[in-house]
Design a protein around this ligand. Structure first.
Ligand SMILES: Cc1ncc(C[n+]2csc(CCOP(=O)(O)OP(=O)(O)O)c2C)c(N)n1
Ligand SMILES: [Mg+2]
Length: 321
């Protein structure tokens, strides 16, 4: 497969920025500067980066609680990002939502519900809108392996399939739901892909740490989805490097396995090595990208810390009822 140099560079930059942003979030939290909590998606950035590189104007996406950095790749500014993370007025919901609710509808983000799985129906609803308006857009519905076993997900998948709605269901299978290994709670080897035939949906399973493989697999499935052939499933296999939340000691899993994933399946390191070897990037460019973005994040954090908090009387602003 041949790619334009600029395409590869942009993909790398998105992946790198997400990694640096996930790490920055963790570090800032560890310094006691983040109210609330964070779920780190360090090590799992390639699923979102690869899939959403296929995003077109007018598409929608439903993300999950993991890989918080995705709204930045989709167009949310660092000021809005850190404003929300640090519970400041400059955040997209004035700091009401925190890490789980960073994102803006204008970028296609349909928001996040803490009641995992129910979100899938919202994504299918957006796909119904697209279908009724006769557009060639799609709704991307992301979910974890644990979430994939919830009833609302089955209902959403069934309706999407029965009505041939334009949805790409993406499972980010990191093999755990908090402390429960998927091998304990799911009989199928592939949490969502193996269930797809039950809904008459095409499915692919891909190495979720290989950003180009994820991009390609999503692209192929999307050809049918955008053409009106109905929904499809993409299952991306990866691993959660850190705890479910910051502070989780991970006593339920083998640290050596985690180390092995970090050593051999680092989506950023592996893609970077390939691009350096192919001469698409130079080490100087990589170093500059890293330091420029690090600086931009630090500046944005300082601005967020200096920003005002919401006034108590503003707490009900924005409610429908
Ligand atoms: C309906 C529901 N049940 C339980 C929870 C608590 N909870 C939050 S995250 C999580 C694990 C989800 O696992 P998975 O879907 O695999 O996503 P991951 O955390 O691995 O990215 C659980 C059980 C919740 N938020 N919603
Ligand atoms: Mg999981």
């Amino acid at each position: 497969m041949q790619y334009e140099k600029d395409f590869l560079k942009k993909l790398y930059e998105n992946l790198l920025d997400m990694r640096l942003l996930e790490k920055k979030m963790v570090d800032t939290y560890a310094q006691g500067r983040v109210p609330g909590h964070v779920h780190s998606g360090v090590g799992q950035e390639a699923t979102y980066a690869g899939v959403l590189t296929n995003f077109k104007e007018g598409d929608y996406y439903k993300r999950t609680h993991r890989v918080t950095a995705i709204p930045y790749m989709m167009g949310t500014s660092l000021d809005t990002f850190f404003g929300e993370l640090l519970a400041k007025k400059t955040g997209n919901s004035g700091g009401r939502g925190g890490s789980l609710h960073i994102g803006e509808l204008r970028t296609g983000d349909l928001g996040f519900s803490g009641t995992l799985g129910c979100d899938a129906a919202v994504g299918v609803g957006a796909a119904l809108t697209i279908d009724m308006e006769g557009r060639d857009n799609v709704a991307f519905v992301f979910m974890g392996d644990g979430t994939s076993s919830r009833g609302p997900v089955y209902e959403a998948m069934n309706l999407a399939a029965a009505w041939k709605l334009p949805v790409l269901f993406v499972c980010q299978n990191n093999q755990f739901a908090i402390s429960t290994p998927s091998s304990y709670s799911i009989a199928a080897e592939n949490a969502v892909a193996d269930r797809a035939p039950g809904y008459a949906m095409p499915a692919k399973v891909v190495d979720g740490t290989d950003v180009l493989a994820v991009y390609e697999a999503a692209k192929e499935l999307l050809e049918g989805v955008r053409a009106g052939k109905g929904p499809a499933v993409l299952e991306c296999k990866d691993y959660r490097w850190r705890g479910h939340f910051e502070g989780d000691q991970c006593a339920y899993r083998d640290a050596a396995v985690t180390e092995d994933w970090i050593e051999h399946k680092d989506c950023v390191k592996n893609f970077e090595a390939m691009l350096l070897e192919q001469g698409v990037l130079t080490q100087e460019e990589v170093d500059r990208m890293r330091s420029d973005f690090d600086h931009a994040m630090d500046e944005a954090i300082l601005r967020a810390e200096a920003a005002p908090e919401m006034e108590p009387e503003e707490i009900y602003d924005g409610l429908y009822v």
